[in-house]
Design a binder for this molecule. Structure first.
Ligand code: HPA
Length: 272
């Protein structure tokens, strides 16, 4: 269970370290980590220094909060996030979202790498997430609820804020990039899915699948923080192309498409 008291302690520590407070929160998924290096006047704070933060074990996830100015906005970037497959509980994964909210950010931008389920998609596409299907079977809100953080039964209808989706589309247009749209299906991993699972997810209405994001979005809905999320399609999901998947392939595409992804996020931050 996450409490308002813990969140306030984390936020108070960050306020003491930061020269100014962030307006926009960013969670940098695969391929976007280098965006944090583009911040002006960066203040870098390792998760290990922040009270109540957990540290990521994923080797390619830096595990630090980088605050600074991007596209004229004061941003707080999570360079590295926690995943369920690392063994973290959903509330540990979602915790930083509440801290972002307590710091006063007015929007949270989430990014991730995903497998494409929609056969109209191609590797390297960007997908604006319009809605999600949480297939992890878990929630960060399980257990007692601290009413000071949010209501017991939060509404998820507008969890992906429509106004921010419009801004993401305008950012893509300004960059000359095509933005696909669809439903993100969140799974625990770490194994990739079977072809039968992917067929089942397609029948359920999913367009892309990944191992992150859903808990962060639930937490944001809980504490009233507007979210916009963009997935990079790093591979077609299992069975779509009848070829084996590998984590290396996912990382390779994430690096290859990283420049355009960073341009898109930059343009989006500018519009928030
Ligand atoms: N499945 C689940 N998670 C992923 C995938 C995938 O195909 N690609 C990138 N993250």
């Amino acid at each position: 269970m996450i409490t308002k008291k813990q969140v306030e302690e984390s936020a108070a520590y960050l306020r003491s370290r930061l020269p100014y407070l962030p307006e926009v929160g960013l969670v940098l998924g695969s391929g976007l980590g280098p965006l944090a290096e583009q911040l002006q006047d960066p203040v870098i704070i390792s998760y290990a220094e922040i009270p109540h933060f957990r540290i990521s074990t994923a080797p390619d996830h830096a595990g630090r909060l980088v605050c600074g100015v991007l596209a004229g906005r004061r941003v707080a970037c999570m360079q590295g996030r926690l995943h369920g497959y690392e063994g973290y509980a959903p509330d540990e994964i979602a915790y930083p979202v509440y801290v972002m909210r307590a710091l006063g950010v007015r929007a949270l931008i989430l990014t991730n790498a995903s497998g494409g389920i929609n056969t109209g998609f191609s590797v390297g596409d960007f997908m604006l997430i319009e809605d999600q299907i949480n297939l992890t079977g878990k929630s960060p809100l399980t257990g007692p609820n601290d009413d000071q953080l949010g209501t017991r039964f939060p509404d998820m209808t507008f969890a992906y804020a429509p106004a921010l989706r419009d801004k993401a589309q305008a950012a893509a247009d300004a960059c000359g990039l095509t933005l696909r749209r669809g439903v993100y299906c969140g799974v625990n991993g770490p194994q990739f899915e079977t072809p039968a699972e992917i067929r089942a997810f397609r029948t359920l209405g999913a367009d892309a699948v990944g191992m992150s994001t859903v808990f962060e979005v639930i937490a944001a809905a809980h504490c009233g923080l507007p979210v916009v999320a963009i997935a990079m399609i790093t591979n077609m999901a299992a069975g779509v192309l009848m070829q084996p998947l590998s984590g290396a392939e996912v990382n390779e595409i994430a690096v290859q498409r990283g420049t355009d992804f960073r341009r898109l996020i930059w343009a989006l931050v500018e519009k928030i």
